[in-house]
Ligand binder design. Structure first.
Ligand SMILES: N[C@@H](CCC(=O)N[C@@H](CS)C(=O)NCC(=O)O)C(=O)O
Length: 146
């Protein structure tokens, strides 16, 4: 009889331990899964300080800076519009440089805009081509460049 109770208790303890271990494994693997998702979304690559300073310098040193892609029709229209104004402007074609993808990541971090063209005037973020065209038609662009 006494032996029987011990056996039952031993089984209960063993069952409890097995379930605890299983739950712990589930919790750990679920946390790991979530952590992986969080990391891959928030930091796809480590931002290089050289990329940041290159972009910030281009924006600071030029009255107009355009981050572009050579094949992009919106970029072509933006560059044509700016050319017609007769002002020299800085252009960087992100598809033609090795660090183009990193520059695009940094521009997104800096401005919330991932698309090109990404245009800056007087060190201020202006937006994309549609923003440029709107500002041109309202006369705001002329004022910014005066
Ligand atoms: N509404 C935007 C459209 C710009 C746009 O869609 N650009 C495309 C390239 S043609 C882009 O940036 N796609 C994402 C990418 O190249 O990573 C504008 O007027 O600037």
């Amino acid at each position: 009889m006494t032996r029987h109770i011990y056996t039952r208790e031993a089984i209960e303890i063993a069952t409890f331990l097995t379930l605890s271990v299983r739950t712990t494994i589930k919790v750990i693997s679920s946390a790991h899964h979530h952590m992986g998702a969080a990391f891959s979304q928030s930091s796809p690559r480590i931002m290089s300080p050289a990329v940041k300073s290159k972009v910030d310098k281009a924006i600071a040193d030029n009255k107009i800076a355009v981050f572009s892609k050579s094949y992009c029709p919106y970029c072509k229209q933006a560059k044509n519009t700016l050319s017609q104004l007769g002002i020299k402007f800085y252009v960087l074609e992100l598809d033609e440089v090795d660090d183009g993808a990193q520059i695009q990541d940094y521009l997104q971090e800096k401005t919330g805009q991932r698309t090109v063209p990404n245009i800056f005037i007087n060190g201020q973020h202006l937006g994309g081509n549609s923003d440029l065209q709107t500002k041109k038609s309202t006369g705001e662009l002329e004022k910014l460049l005066a």
